[in-house]
Design a protein around this ligand. Structure first.
Ligand code: NAI
Length: 271
């Protein structure tokens, strides 16, 4: 059976680096046509990247392998920006088959001193962004064969952690939104699923959260890789490309709906 992904048009938010870039790489390798939409991309007409936000190496490598990858700016917290990114995708590729809501941010801290504006921003990107992008994409998804949405939730959407109320709350919401949209849109043949990564060694963690006494970035990264592996049943770290494999499965598995795929050690958390 031919893979459903071949020639599909996929919009990946937060696709400029980390897990998003891994998803872009995997789906491009599988034959999809990709629009990378990210707040780190300056503007759609110039196709320019803001290297301060988006990893230069990841982008250069992706573009060498897949020069046809499209790029555009999006801020998933802004309804007009979401509509514009979807329109850019349809203008460039003629259709939109798959929406990957992957953009996300993280911060942590004790609840009593946690800043209200940071709380709001985390929910705006991680939860409301899914709603806004889905709203913008649905009129186009409806026109294609076997359309679907895949949301990057998190293990933090299934389990709480100290100092992580905002992030966990926003990711629990992401799973709730996934399951609600899956039920609502199934009669229209639009599937909605989520992936729930455990810890993946991306800049998000290395920049914001990693407690470490390491003196160099490489030492910090090595420490993190080791600590990550211990949280995964297979005992080896997850990569952004592994997340791409899961997303690819969810796109191709045309009868799979309303699931949240998880990698983590606590077996009670699998479903
Ligand atoms: P990252 O920080 O490396 O990449 C996130 C991307 O989202 C960046 O390119 C950033 O520019 C973009 N972005 C941020 N705010 C945006 C906005 N308002 N509009 C559009 N784009 C925006 O992070 P990473 O680790 O690749 O995370 C990707 C997703 O995976 C996030 O949703 C995150 O919460 C989730 N996740 C990450 C885990 C990890 O261990 N790294 C574990 C579980 C989930």
């Amino acid at each position: 059976m031919a893979l459903a992904i071949k020639d599909k048009v996929v919009l990946v938010t937060g696709g400029a680096r980390g897990i998003g870039a891994g998803i872009v790489a995997t789906l491009s390798d599988a034959g999809a046509r990709i629009m990378v939409a990210d707040i780190g991309i300056q503007n759609s007409s110039a196709n320019e990247w803001n290297y301060a936000l988006a990893g230069e190496d990841e982008i250069d490598q992706l573009r060498k392998r897949h020069p046809q990858i499209g790029t555009c700016h999006v801020d998933v917290t802004d309804p007009e920006s979401c509509v514009a990114a979807v329109q850019t995708t349809v203008d460039q590729f003629g259709q939109l088959d798959v929406l990957i809501n992957n953009a996300g941010i993280v911060d942590s801290g004790p609840i009593e001193t946690f800043k209200v504006d940071v709380w709001d921003k985390i929910f705006a990107v991680n939860s409301k962004g899914i709603f806004l992008m889905a709203q913008a994409a649905l009129p186009h998804l409806r026109k294609t064969e076997n359309p679907c949405i895949v949301n990057t939730a998190s293990i933090a959407g299934k389990q709480g952690y100290p100092n992580m109320a905002a992030y966990c709350g926003s990711k629990f919401a992401a799973i709730g939104i996934t399951q609600s949209l899956a039920a609502e849109l199934a009669p229209q043949n639009i599937r909605v699923n989520a992936i729930c990564p455990g810890m993946v060694g991306t800049a998000m963690w290395l920049e914001h959260l990693l407690p470490s006494n390491a003196t160099s970035d490489s030492q910090k990264e090595a420490e993190f890789t080791e600590s990550m592996a211990q949280t995964i049943p297979l005992g080896r770290p997850q990569t952004p490309e592994d997340m791409g494999d899961a997303v690819l499965y969810l796109i191709n598995a045309v009868n799979v709906n309303a699931i949240a795929l998880t990698w983590y050690k606590d077996p009670l958390l699998y479903f």
